[in-house]
Design a binder for this molecule. Sequence first.
Ligand SMILES: O=C([O-])C(=O)C[C@H](O)[C@@H](O)C(=O)[O-]
Ligand SMILES: [Mg+2]
Length: 417
Amino acid sequence: MSDPTRIKELIVTPIAFRDPPLLNSNGVHEPLALRIILQLVLEDGTVGLGESPGGVARLERLEAAAKVVAGMDVFDTTAVGAAIDAALLPTVPSSHERGWTTSAVEVACLDAQGKLLGRPVSDLLGGTVRDSVPFAAYLFYKWAEHPALDGRAAVGDDWGAALDPAGIVEQARLMQERYGFRSFKLKGGVFPPDEEIAAIKALAEAFPGQPLRLDPNTAWTVETSRYVARELDGVLEYLEDPTKGIEGMAAVAKDAPMPLGTNMCVIAWEHLRPAIEQNAIQVLLTDHHYWGGLRRTRELAAVCEAFGLALSMHSNSHLGISLAAMTHVAAAIPNLDHSCDTHYPWNSADDVVLPGVLEFRDGEVKVPTGPGLGVELDHEALDRLHRLYLDSGVRSRDDTGYMRRFQPDYELRLPRW
Ligand SMILES: O=C([O-])C(=O)C[C@H](O)[C@@H](O)C(=O)[O-]
Ligand SMILES: [Mg+2]
């Protein structure tokens, strides 16, 4: 007799979706971003959903995971994670890299468990401590459009250009008008530091008292980081990854007047001890996509609490399955100290979940109350975006290569200033 909680198969579907020309310290986002959608099918027909960042390596690892998990019990998430980890270990030495795969499968298992039990995923994480989760507007310097290229016409969007302080303030106003965000993160590392300092000061003037963060993704030396930190004393709630590595961050933290945050130098369990010993960071941006899933993220929150680290949340270009998972785990973490990052407003037009559940009101998303993640797959959208993936030929993210198509002498230099 078949066991209803047994995993029958894991269906792994790579997709591509539209992304605006957002600038960062590596270059500029390409017209298409990649994700991978997971459907974990149980013997009884229940389907659990998961979402992972895209790219060929991640796709191959998820396909390897699919072979390992078939036949396992969906409630045995520790064993499922361990089996995937063991299968990947010989070819993927980095625990951080293996974490991307185990995390995506864990979310799909939890969605299926919740559906079987008729309970939301947040209940499986211990219940909610908040009914809705605050998110920050994620501001980017950006071009007005993807320029015409290789016979393709230019592709515009309804955000317009943002290439100076006035453009950033205007983008923040739009973000607030459309989604009600009450805090703002600026992706920096694009223009010389003084220009980015001016943009943050313009935001502080336009939105008095509203929390602000700046994240140049290690575009600055220790000296430059110290200078920016001094200039923005009293203006930022935290400064994110100004410079590279735990040692570099520790050197900046020594005299920075604000806390330092990271989603770059502490990305695996083995990084916590040296970072804490050196007081390199004061805010950890967690991300369930690589910390081992939703349960491990909750455990990470407890570690942060024990060592006095504040907690925030990182995001990458993502769609609704990830947003639902982020919302459930954020709702279950008592010590979430800052609003979470989300790229969702930049990509939500191409979502793979049916509309109606995930909406931003006053910058917050209500925790879905339906079984599992509480979102439903839009099969038509999944097919369309999978076809787009197949037809596009895009197989990995290359912000630098894309920038070079327009500025052939563009160099990836970190630190740049
Ligand atoms: O906080 C971060 O470092 C990110 O969000 C990383 C992303 O890759 C972001 O820089 C982007 O999408 O350009
Ligand atoms: Mg960051």
